[in-house]
Design a protein around this ligand. Sequence first.
Ligand code: G4P
Ligand code: NA
Ligand code: NA
Length: 194
Amino acid sequence: MDVLKKTILSEGKVINEGVLKVDSFLNHAIKPSLMKEIGEEFAMLFKSNNITKIVTLESSGIAPSLMTALSLDCDLVFARKRKSLTMTDHLYSASVHSYTKQVTNEIAVSKELISPEDNILIIDDFLANGQAALGLADLVHQANATLIGFGIVIEKSFQPGRQILEDKGYRVESLARIANLSNGTVSFEDATIK
Ligand code: G4P
Ligand code: NA
Ligand code: NA
């Protein structure tokens, strides 16, 4: 997605070989016009899949998910993160370990918010090691809903997330795929930008 790639190049900050900071439009501030185009792109990719609900994870997954849900005219649910969970009878929950942050969070969604009739698109801001994505998929499966696939805004293709999801047979659509962050610059898998 060219406008996203351009914005990553102009506003992204390479922190080190593993981490890209994109606070100005995705993780701390939101550019509404860019987010609208992101939503339209995901909607185009999944328009034939009868998506009834988008499932994402607070907080940075919510903005792209909202714009996509608006475009697809479907519902949106965001899983919540907690250090630990109590009183879980009414929740589907999963443990998500972050290699980047070296913390494990519980993620959870109320059982009444996902039903077996739902066709689910999972959206997230980053795909790195795939643990958040797997946790979200776990919640969808606990609800006996149908998981159509994953929409990722920025994929770090040099980390194992995509492979882990594809090995499980999941469809993964990423709007920007980063091959590496070497030499302080962003290199995309597909270098062409129109
Ligand atoms: P994983 O889910 O793929 O296993 O990822 P990981 O544990 O490595 O990432 C944990 C958090 O860091 C996630 O956000 C994820 O989106 C984010 N993240 C991973 N790599 C990068 C990166 O290169 N740049 C940026 N900006 N973020 C990255 P989170 O903790 O869920 O936070 P948020 O959704 O509240 O923003
Ligand atoms: Na994040
Ligand atoms: Na995230």
